[in-house]
Write a protein that binds this ligand. Structure first.
Ligand code: SF4
Length: 389
């Protein structure tokens, strides 16, 4: 029997500076502890390679996220990817994504990433408007972003994604349209668009509390959200998830693994992992855990095989909620046959009422056992998910 492959997420928590809206587990550093951090990641890979839950299973995708993983040296990236292949095995055609900051791009940088084994690059561009980039505290210009994408493609890294943020203070619908047009005019295969959320503990949160940051009204943000899919479709991009668009066949395979409930191993400071337990085809539980969040504590812990910070068992109830929550984010929606296969037919009967109500209220469409969100359901997605709790 072939063991199920799993996805590997590698967290690199270092950034050149901390953006004022960011609440990720990231740290502004003058110098990245490149070699020491790579050694810790490799030690952690070897540790999990001995764990019976991962031993003998191969990797479906690798994703370097952060933070700014493009701050790692080419030789460290190459060593980490080499170790992942050695410990678990990786298909030749597997997707290996690197999140990158487009500041100070050089052609040789992208050639180096390709040679290290990266096959896909995801640029945190956020906007093509210089004033908006300043407000967001980004350290790159619109021209840096364009140059980074072109250098990447010239170097042979042709599977390129761009992230944009919308709903920023002072931003109008026309501003967002201009950002979308600028991104889609570049030779990219994938676009992610996220509404800015103000997270507690961030400088933006404090500015908002003091009345110094005025965010667009909810109706204005909803208008931006509903404009984007139609606008990007004129450039040949199709929406395949609430926040994600791609050229045909160029979905992010790594992110899709999360949305369909594939097991994933997260390594690096503060990374999360998820492993499901099955009896036959039926899902009977799962475990989620995280590594130590502080880089120094994490690096010490990884060397001593003690990098895990906390573990949490997940009940079948929590997993059924995640099935709908994550699955409905995808435009193909969720399959009720798949639900019954994973959780049993009895479990599905508990959701019949809520599915019927959501359908009557116009938030979901039920067609041949497939449930998808309607445009109204997408606009109020968070309230729809809550109904499955
Ligand atoms: S570059 Fe990205 S990860 Fe780093 S602080 Fe800014 S938003 Fe956060």
């Amino acid at each position: 029997m072939t063991l199920r492959p799993f996805a590997l997420y590698i967290h690199v928590p270092f950034c050149a500076q901390k953006c004022p809206y960011c609440d990720f587990n990231t740290y502004a550093v003058a110098r990245v502890p490149d070699e020491e951090y790579a050694n810790a990641l490799i030690a952690e890979l070897e540790y999990w390679g001995r764990d019976p839950r991962f031993c003998g299973r191969s990797l479906s995708t690798i994703f370097f996220g952060g933070g700014t993983p493009s701050l790692l040296s080419r030789s460290s990236l190459s060593r980490i990817i080499g170790a992942a292949k050695r410990v678990f095995g990786l298909n030749r055609a597997a997707e290996v994504t690197l999140e990158a900051n487009p500041s100070t791009p050089t052609r040789s940088m992208y050639e180096g990433f390709l040679q290290a084994g990266i096959t896909r690059i995801s640029f945190g561009v956020q906007s093509f408007d210089a004033e908006r980039l300043r407000l967001l505290g980004r350290d790159h210009s619109p021209l840096d972003a364009e140059t980074a994408v072109r250098y990447s493609v010239d170097a042979g890294l042709t599977n390129v994604s761009v992230d944009l943020i919308f709903g920023v203070s002072g931003q109008t619908l026309n501003d967002v349209e201009r950002d979308i047009d600028a991104a889609c005019a570049l030779p990219i295969t994938h676009l992610s668009t996220y509404a800015l959320t103000i997270e507690p503990g961030t400088p933006f949160f404090q500015r908002q509390e003091r009345g110094l940051l005025v965010m667009p009204r909810d109706e204005a943000v909803a208008e931006m959200l509903s404009m984007i899919p139609q606008r990007v479709s004129t450039f040949g991009f199709e929406r395949y998830e609430i926040s994600n668009y791609s050229k045909p066949g160029m979905h992010s395979r790594h992110n899709e693994a999360y949305w369909v409930g594939t097991d994933y191993l997260g390594i690096g400071a503060g990374a999360h992992s998820y492993v499901a337990s099955y009896q036959g085809e039926q899902l009977v539980g799962a475990e989620r855990w995280s590594t130590l969040a502080q880089p120094a504590a994490y690096m010490k812990g990884a060397k001593e095989d003690k990098a895990v910070s906390w573990r949490e068992p997940l009940t079948v109830d929590a997993l059924t909620f995640e099935f709908f929550y994550l699955g409905l984010r995808r435009m193909v929606g969720v399959s009720l046959d798949e639900f019954s296969r994973r959780f049993g037919g009895d479990c599905l009967s508990r959701y019949e009422q809520v599915l019927n109500d959501l359908s009557i209220e116009g938030f979901v469409v039920r067609d041949n056992g497939q449930i998808t969100l309607t445009p109204q359901g997408i606009a109020l997605a968070d309230s729809v998910y809550e109904r499955f709790l």
